[in-house]
Write a protein that binds this ligand. Sequence first.
Ligand SMILES: [Zn+2]
Length: 280
Amino acid sequence: MAQGVFIPGHRGPERVEGEVACCLFHGNRVFVTRDGGHLALPRVDVEAYGLSLDQAHYLGTLDGTHCYGLAMPRSADLPEGLELLGMRALILEGDELVAGIAGQAFQLLEWARTHRHCGSCGQPTLPHAADRALECPDCKLVFYPRISPVMMALVYRRNGNSGELLLTRKPGYAPGRYTVVAGFVEAGESLEQCLAREVKEEVGVEIRNPRYFGSQPWPFPNSLVMAFSAEWAGGDVVPDGTELEEARWFSIDALPDLPEAVHISRQLIDDTLAQLLKSR
Ligand SMILES: [Zn+2]
């Protein structure tokens, strides 16, 4: 079975006997298995590997089995018969369910690893009694998992009977490949302000009619990408020389190499392209 039923939750049972569904990480890689060729999370008895669920993050149930995220110590003996896969490689496999659960586990483990002490008074933090959070026992400061909002914009313009997309390249991006504009939301900024600022800073143009397309968590380390299309409203393309290597208009009839279909950037491009083709 390729896809199962995942019911998220953050409060696990008091005690679990035997096997659980597990996102078991070794460094930045996670153990997976193949079920009839399809990617799946392994069912494991973590105590057999000398680990304890006391250190694990409860994620919910997967096909009725309790599901956890857990990091193995680097020195631990690795389980046999399982495949160790990097998070990017896992996402590129295109299994949304496994990628979603493993991505959540990856973010939670990284957040817990980097919030072991209170940022205000330095005391070791403890799990919060009610929420998925860490709390300082001394000054009571609460640390929730950090999520960094990223705005993504595909700028387009109609051109007679055709249309053009404004696409960009960063240094080090795959040869010949182009993508959309993206940047982090700054403190005090609305999403609309961020969209306009990022587009102006990165490619020098003004936009109008922003249209929400969708969102995608991106766990490197904790982004939440919100994708919009936006119509060109004016200005010449001037690529930001430090962040971008190139930015230019492409006719919708001659698009370059684009990101893989698992990326929301590609889904945004495909959707916008379909809208432009429909209005021909
Ligand atoms: Zn404190």
